[in-house]
Design a protein. Structure first.
Length: 270
């Protein structure tokens, strides 16, 4: 995958009980990383820890809801207590939505999305930063193409991912002379359970994906692309050919990008 090994690298991954976070944990454990895995569901997290141990990595589970800054501090403290340092923080925990703004009947979930996607990343980063500065480590934000451009049915989600991008892009500049790299990851649609857990117009979980899953990137392919970018401390990764092309088109024809985004949602493709 990459010549850069994460052997003995102390890595924190939030949202590690499933999806991208789980796959990152498994693949990094193959390289011998020391993992602190955080999520809200301890039973599922314990299974991932056991699987990581089977791949040769050392892992610990920390029950944590990143929407709560005290729990974020606890995550950082437990990691340092166990491993003595932090080398990499991967802010992966996230919530999504699927509803047109005009149809929404409960606005409260907008606050929850912002609390997890944006503030959760901010809290974890704040408490981990002193240790990352000591180790000259890596900061990673798992965002979305909606962090680059607006997408219909995702108003609150896109807002949180834009906030996340602005925070980490600004922090990158601040840390320029302190040897802490900041990498932003912008996947398209990935085959995870996040869409089934996404908020609907009334604030309840959808329970099923509204996408045609055949055209969605596998979580294995997604992580296969992510790890080398983190290892090489690259600035960002924009996934999918359509996503990369969209960023160029947006420079001179932003209206066309809006149409592409709308068609993508309607067709259930990225």
């Amino acid at each position: 995958m990459t010549k850069v090994s994460f052997k003995d690298n102390v890595v924190i991954i939030t949202g590690a009980s499933s999806g991208i976070g789980k796959e990152l944990a498994l693949r990094l454990s193959e390289q011998g990383a020391k993992l602190a895995l955080a999520a809200r569901h301890l039973d599922a997290l314990d299974i991932v820890v056991e699987q990581c141990s089977g791949w040769g990595g050392e892992a610990m589970a920390v029950l944590a809801d990143v929407a709560d800054k005290k729990q974020c501090k606890h995550l950082i403290d437990k990691t340092v207590e166990r491993f003595g340092r932090i080398d990499t923080l991967i802010n992966n925990a996230g919530l999504s939505m699927w509803a047109r703004f005009e149809e929404i009947t409960d606005l409260s979930f907008f606050e929850k999305i912002m609390q997890v996607n944006y503030f959760g990343s901010l809290y974890c980063t704040y408490y981990a930063l002193p240790y990352l500065k000591k180790s000259k480590g890596r900061l990673v934000g798992i965002s979305s193409l909606t962090g680059k451009t607006g997408v219909p049915t995702r108003t609150g989600y896109a807002a949180s991912k834009h906030a996340m991008a602005g925070f980490f892009d600004s922090l990158r500049v601040e840390l320029r002379d302190q040897h802490v790299s900041v990498t932003m990851i912008y996947p398209g649609f990935v085959a995870t359970a996040v869409r089934e857990r996404a908020f609907g117009k009334d604030g309840s979980a959808l329970g099923k994906s509204h996408l045609e899953e055949n055209g969605v990137m596998s979580v294995e392919e997604c992580v296969h692309q992510i790890i080398p970018v983190i290892a090489k401390r690259r600035r960002e990764l924009v996934m999918t050919t359509r996503g990369k092309l969209g960023m160029w088109i947006k420079l001179f024809a932003p209206g066309l990008v809006d149409k592409i985004a709308l068609r993508s949602i309607e067709k259930g493709r990225t």
